[in-house]
Design a protein around this ligand. Structure first.
Ligand SMILES: Nc1ncnc2c1ncn2[C@@H]1O[C@H](COP(=O)(O)OP(=O)(O)OP(=O)(O)O)[C@@H](O)[C@H]1O
Length: 590
């Protein structure tokens, strides 16, 4: 029989150096977070003291000692709750133990919760010295706790006149001197603690004397907006198109409409504060995807920070806040449409590509922005709203090639045709047609425009018969048929048409397959010469006079011109044709 294994109980041992290396490489973006963790502990300590001494005026003081012949030292002092000897062992010297955790669900007062923040100090110093006196016991002695990066610590009572509270000393380790220099500490304190609600001083300088931008006094809405815009210029180095006040449960802030076009797929770099302590300047996923064109600054009371403290934990609370912030932005834009249409037009003009891409999937986004989206039409660029006001019914062609071909003709006839070719436009128009049937959005068959061409009378047909014959024989090798009809604009010599919509061809009963478009352009396309154009009539006259070579060359030239006007790619044979025509011209043949 095998003997049972003897039980060997034990406790985990922590290799502090390994843990600190892990934090610095994988959790924190920069060793600079040590200031954030010290500030946060000081603010939390004041909050803890206020729980049993309400109204105590909290303050945080930072000193930087730069001896010149040695490494700089940073000292952070608070008049918070302080620590007893037992707490020093249980809380400071026990990794992962926090006094704030269980209470967090009951109290929104604390920023910390993981019990690892103090370790960030080992990113810049080999030793952390904490001198503390507990506020809970008036007779408590001051104690010094010295923790070292090798995982050892000692606690000694000290004779100190320190009132209740805590003072943390850090001396820069070789290589980190710059991070503990006065200028750097001032910048970091300003960045992380600039909005903290209790006074923070560096030496005699008050670091946080400005209220958050959403709390700046303002008599009117316009003044409020101006305050917000000037904050963005000063602090974010951004000149936004507009500022949007944000309110959600336990969250307040501002959203700024970006003055440049970001990619909808790009990270949203939001500036987020947790109980007025800067958490991150590059938080993502705080707003719905469609709001990619704004960048926001918010302060949250009870969203849960992730351990790296560069964003919030994805949970139901964050979902709800995201939804509410999205609603604020939507409502604001709807108000703009009513009260400041020119501002909304500016926003959409800047961000329409991204907005269109999103509106394809997001119905609300489509309905919100549809009227402000610009489209190209045969009568120039205009918004869909403007189009609806001017023309009522909207007719569009699906492809850019069709648009290029019909636009000049439609324009000359005063008809407004929308180009559905650019990315997303025709999909958006299809969706809008379903969502808002009263808008009467219909696809236009490009050949309809051609159908409005006027057929020639019998006499006129006789007049152009020689031209048609010569032109057909000239273009035969290109697989292109010829017809002559009259259409506007009169300056246009010719256009390429598919025979499908060509009544005269149908009337002539010629069997032609229907081929159209740049790649497929082939044997079934027709060059439609414009009888309303003076040069074409002159060509008909010269054809009657038998000037065969000249007419053939001119027709070939008009064919290439029609290809170019329709933005059809030229093939080798059309290039050589062009070459021949130019050579003829240069050598004065024909
Ligand atoms: N300045 C201070 N005054 C009083 N207690 C402090 C102070 N600094 C730290 N402590 C105590 O030490 C504990 C551990 O601090 P630490 O910064 O490591 O973690 P935390 O603040 O609890 O959580 P987090 O890791 O999220 O920052 C705190 O929970 C707190 O009880």
């Amino acid at each position: 029989m095998r003997p049972a294994n003897p039980t060997m109980p034990g406790t985990f041992q922590v290799d502090l150096r390994g843990l600190v290396a892990l934090l610095s490489r994988h959790l924190y973006r920069s060793p600079d977070v040590y200031i954030r963790e010290l500030l946060q502990n000081a603010v939390d300590a004041v909050a803890a003291r206020r729980r049993f001494e309400p109204g105590v005026a909290g303050a945080v003081e930072i000193d930087v000692v730069e001896p010149g012949d040695g490494p700089p030292e940073v000292i952070v002092t608070d008049n918070g709750i302080g620590l007893t000897g037992t707490e020093l062992v249980e809380l400071l010297a026990t990794i992962g133990r926090s006094s704030k955790r269980g209470e967090l669900s009951r109290h929104r007062d604390y920023i910390g919760q993981f019990g690892i923040g103090l370790l960030a100090c080992f990113l810049v110093a080999d030793e952390i010295t904490v001198v503390t006196r507990s506020a809970k016991d008036p007779d408590a002695r001051a104690l010094r706790w010295q923790g070292r990066a090798d995982g050892t610590y000692d606690i000694t009572p000290v004779e100190s006149d320190l009132p209740a509270g805590t003072r943390v000393h850090l001396r820069a380790r070789p290589g980190s001197e710059h991070r503990l220099s006065r200028g750097h500490v001032l910048r970091l304190t300003h960045r992380y603690g600039g909005l903290l609600p209790l006074p923070v001083r560096l030496g005699s300088t008050r670091v946080n004397d400005e209220p958050p931008p959403w709390e700046l006094p303002a008599l009117t809405q316009e003044q409020e907006r101006e305050n917000a815009l000037s904050y963005a210029r000063r602090v974010l180095d951004l000149d936004p198109l507009d500022a949007i006040p944000l309110h959600a449960d336990g969250v307040r802030g501002l959203a700024f409409v970006l003055p440049y076009e970001p990619s909808p797929a790009a990270r949203q770099d939001h500036r987020v504060y947790l109980r007025r302590m800067l958490l991150s300047e590059s938080a993502d996923r705080l707003l719905p995807d469609w709001a990619f064109f704004v960048r926001c600054v918010i302060d949250a009371d009870d969203l849960r920070p992730n351990a790296a403290r560069d964003g919030f934990v994805e949970d139901a609370r964050l979902d709800a806040v995201r939804e509410q912030l999205g609603r604020c932005i939507r409502d604001h834009l709807t108000d703009l449409a009513r009260l400041w249409p020119s501002r909304l037009a500016g926003v959409v003009a800047m961000h329409h590509a991204g907005i269109s891409a999103l509106a394809v999937h997001d119905e609300q986004c489509l309905l919100l922005f549809a009227d402000w989206l610009p489209v190209d039409t045969s009568l120039g660029r205009m918004t869909l709203g403007e189009h609806a006001r001017r023309f009522g019914e909207l007719r569009f062609v699906r492809r850019c090639d069709d648009f290029r071909r019909v636009a000049p003709i439609a324009a000359a006839q005063g008809r407004c045709v929308v180009n559905g070719g650019p990315a997303n436009v025709s999909t958006l128009l299809d969706r809008l047609a379903l969502l808002r049937p009263e808008r009467k959005i219909v696809e236009l068959d490009p050949t309809e425009v051609v159908d409005s061409f006027t057929d020639l009378s019998v006499a006129e047909q006789a007049e152009v018969a020689d031209l048609v014959r010569l032109a057909e024989s000239a273009l035969w090798r290109h697989g292109v048929g010829v017809q002559v009809r009259a259409f506007a604009p009169t300056q246009m010599h010719a256009t390429l048409v598919a025979p499908e919509g060509c009544r005269s061809r149908r009337q002539l009963g010629r069997a032609q397959s229907i081929v159209d478009g740049p790649v497929a352009l082939g044997p079934a396309s027709h060059l439609c010469l414009n009888f309303a154009n003076a040069a074409v009539r002159e060509l008909a006259r010269q054809a009657r006079q038998g000037r065969i070579m000249r007419v053939r060359r001119a027709v070939e030239l008009l064919y290439v011109q029609a290809l170019l006007l329709g933005h059809h790619p030229l093939r080798d044979r059309e290039f050589s044709l062009l070459d021949e025509v130019v050579l003829d011209f240069v050598e004065d043949r024909g």
